[in-house]
Write a protein that binds this ligand. Structure first.
Ligand code: MIC
Ligand code: SF4
Length: 660
């Protein structure tokens, strides 16, 4: 094969799905989406948007709606949302994974994910399925709705970064430590505009769920996605899931080139931990001495597989959780739960005094189990942003399940290598697959009525662009602001995800609770941000609710990918400072003005923003592609899509099927 025709794995899959553009880094491309997933907290909006498109059936090969986030039913709201999601799924040809069936990424990996395919999910951890050799990307719910309608997904062709794993993991060092090492090296913004492709001799020792732990936390790097090749290990996993037919081998061509490369020697890795309050604040566990621990949580879409929970149970067997520690264990799926119940491992966990939680996101998204005041919580999760646990001053550390258990037993942060020997764990040749937790869409959906509760409010829409943008700087924030800062989650706020007027009352709640009332009183305005504004989740509510409050533009030093897309999708202009010094001079309360808005959107070079209060102006750029300019002009993606997609699609049969 000619050198220039040799493709890396990422480019191979993109090439096979390319519907617009060319594989040139930095240019916009459109790719066809084979599979979609939604979860309940982003799904209700996504389906409301899908309904607004007037398409009678999803156009993907497989679309699955999961319920895993809003599981605490303290009022009618979440239960109503579950019922809406179930009926809307039946109506439009979508699989419905019932509450209790598990966390979307874990279940998708087990039952649907397939190598070589594309997956778009309305959750930032969708790249979990990259562990299967799938090109799995997280996006806002509206992008997913468009993909369900048969539209392409647009992205800027990322750089491909090769992560070569060499050597072999030493005892007590795990896949989690590999991704923590990558985070330590690249930081939470080091993956922006990149896809991480794993290769090298070290990948042979990693099973699909271990690979999925690594690709899952690629989201914390800000990466577009992360991917492993599909090899014999992939085949073994799919066979054990009774889905061998979905297996295809797929890897980079020999001699394929990459934009960047890093090498990790697994022999040299040690157990690691991310310290509060950022997943890239990584340190060797052995360096943290005498830190008392009050809570330990094992679970989340990062580390709640059968492998993880078997290790937890082996380590806990015959021992007791330290009296000062409250430990929770969450199996990632019904499959995992069922299997550890059947083989007795669950009994050992229960006997140790750990608290068992149903298969869901749970404490990871602040749905219960908030740590005590000032408490230290060690979690096998992927995010430790300030306040996300539900306790503002809690200190959350991220670590492998092995390290978590070690801390739970000793009552302080402790290196798992001190545990001693652990008897071998035999991984199953067959998983217990039982798809009764997944409801297949009916063949004939004519009589299905979509049921909406009173908490499901109509979608707010934005009108097309004004001639002039003017308003006050309503808030100025620093670097690495997360979507948890912009639109917090947790058990009180999450049930309002289908009710934008109500949820918008909590925008920037942790930073400045007066923000919503000030924004409304000022009839909207501007937000000023630092680097990596909007990192973290894919929740479009972090754009939709500010849009509802009248936010017109966010001017930042740089943006996280999904959030920037979400802002554009909801007609909010994401502008970037040309000179970071201008960030320093702007003050909250300053009046800004962009005259001739339509004109400046058309141009691709920097343009001035007037600071009326300081009587000066500064330069910004929008970096919008032609398509994004049209979206902004139309007042958002929904308006734009309605103009473009004609409602021609009727009873076209879905080719989706649960691989039984
Ligand atoms: C998260 O981990 O923050 C979430 C909750 O899963 C989000 C999605 C959401 O806010 O609903 C994500 O990661 O995209
Ligand atoms: Fe759920 Fe946490 Fe995973 Fe988000 S990161 S999908 S809240 S388990």
């Amino acid at each position: 094969m000619k050198l220039e025709n040799r493709l890396n794995l990422t480019k191979k899959i993109i090439q096979a799905h390319l519907v617009e553009g060319e594989l040139i880094q930095g240019r916009e491309i459109g790719i066809k989406i084979d599979q979609t997933l939604t979860q309940d907290a982003t799904g209700t909006m996504s389906y409301l948007q899908f309904e607004a498109m007037n398409i009678s059936k999803v156009q993907t090969r497989v679309s699955v709606s999961y319920v895993d986030h809003n599981m605490l039913q303290t009022g009618f709201e979440n239960a109503d949302d579950h019922r809406y999601l179930q009926t809307v799924a039946a109506k439009y040809g979508i699989y419905f994974s019932r509450p209790g069936n598990g966390i979307c990424h874990q279940v998708h990996l087990e039952r649907f994910s397939a190598p070589g395919m594309t997956l778009l999910g309305s959750d930032s951890h969708t790249p979990t399925c990259g562990g299967m050799g799938q090109l799995a990307i997280g996006a806002g719910g509206l992008d997913v709705a468009v993909a369900m309608g048969g539209g392409a997904f647009f992205l800027i062709m990322p750089k491909v970064l090769r992560v070569e794993l060499k050597g072999k993991l030493q005892p007590w060092v795990t896949a989690k430590d590999i991704i923590l090492e990558v985070l330590r090296r690249l930081t939470v913004k080091g993956g922006v505009g990149k896809i991480l492709e794993y290769s090298g001799p070290g990948i042979k020792g990693l099973s699909v769920p271990e690979r999925a732990t690594i690709t899952n936390m690629g989201a914390e790097l800000g990466a577009t996605t992360s991917i492993f090749p599909s090899d014999e290990n992939t085949k073994i996993f799919l066979k054990a899931q009774n889905r061998e037919k979905s297996w295809v081998p797929i890897a980079a061509d020999v001699g394929a080139t990459y934009d960047e490369e890093i090498v990790i020697d697994l022999n040299k890795l040690e157990p690691l931990m991310a310290q509060p309050h950022s997943p890239d604040n990584v340190i060797e566990v052995s360096k943290l001495k005498d830190v008392p621990v009050q809570q330990v949580c094992v679970g989340s879409c990062t580390n709640s597989s059968y492998r993880d929970l078997m290790i937890v149970s082996k380590m806990l067997k015959g021992k007791h959780v330290h009296p000062n520690v409250s430990m929770t264990v969450t199996p990632g799926s019904k499959q995992v739960f069922q299997m550890i119940a059947d083989n007795g491992a669950l009994a050992d966990i229960i006997a140790s005094g750990a608290r068992i939680i149903e298969s869901a996101c749970g404490p990871c998204i602040g749905m219960g189990q908030a740590p005590p005041t000032g408490g230290v919580s060690i979690r096998s999760f992927n995010r430790n942003f300030e306040g996300r646990s539900g306790t503002r001053d809690a200190k959350v550390y991220l670590a492998s399940p092995e390290t978590c258990v070690m801390c739970a037993l000793s009552g302080k942060i402790e290196d798992p290598r001190k545990y001693g020997k652990l008897s071998k764990i035999n991984f199953p040749e067959k998983f217990t697959w039982d798809d009764t937790g997944i409801i297949n869409p009916p063949k004939n959906a004519k009589n299905i009525e979509v049921l909406r509760g009173p908490n499901i409010k109509p979608l707010p829409m934005k009108s097309a662009l004004n001639e002039k943008l003017e308003g006050e700087v309503l808030l100025k924030v620093g670097d690495n602001i997360t979507t948890d800062h912009i639109m917090p989650a947790g058990s009180k706020i999450l049930p309002l995800r289908s009710n934008i007027p109500a949820i918008s009352e909590y925008v920037f709640n942790i930073i400045d609770p007066t923000f919503p009332s000030r924004a409304k009183a000022a009839n909207g305005g501007f937000i000023i941000g630092g680097e990596n504004y909007g990192q973290g989740s894919s929740r479009e509510h972090a754009a939709l609710a500010p849009m509802y409050l009248g936010i017109k533009a966010v001017i930042a030093k740089s943006f996280a990918r999904i959030h920037r897309d979400n802002l554009i999708n909801f007609g909010i202009l994401p502008l970037v400072f040309i000179s970071p010094a201008d960030y320093e001079s702007i003050k909250q309360g300053n009046k800004l003005e962009i005259p001739d808005l339509k004109q400046v959107i058309k141009i691709d070079h920097p343009f001035p923003v007037k600071n009326v209060s300081l009587n000066n102006s500064f330069q910004v750029t929008h970096g919008l592609t032609t398509r994004q300019k049209e979206i902004i002009m139309a007042g958002g993606l929904l308006n734009f899509t309605r103009q473009k997609l004609s409602p021609i699609v009727t009873e076209k049969k879905s080719t989706a099927s649960v691989k039984k």
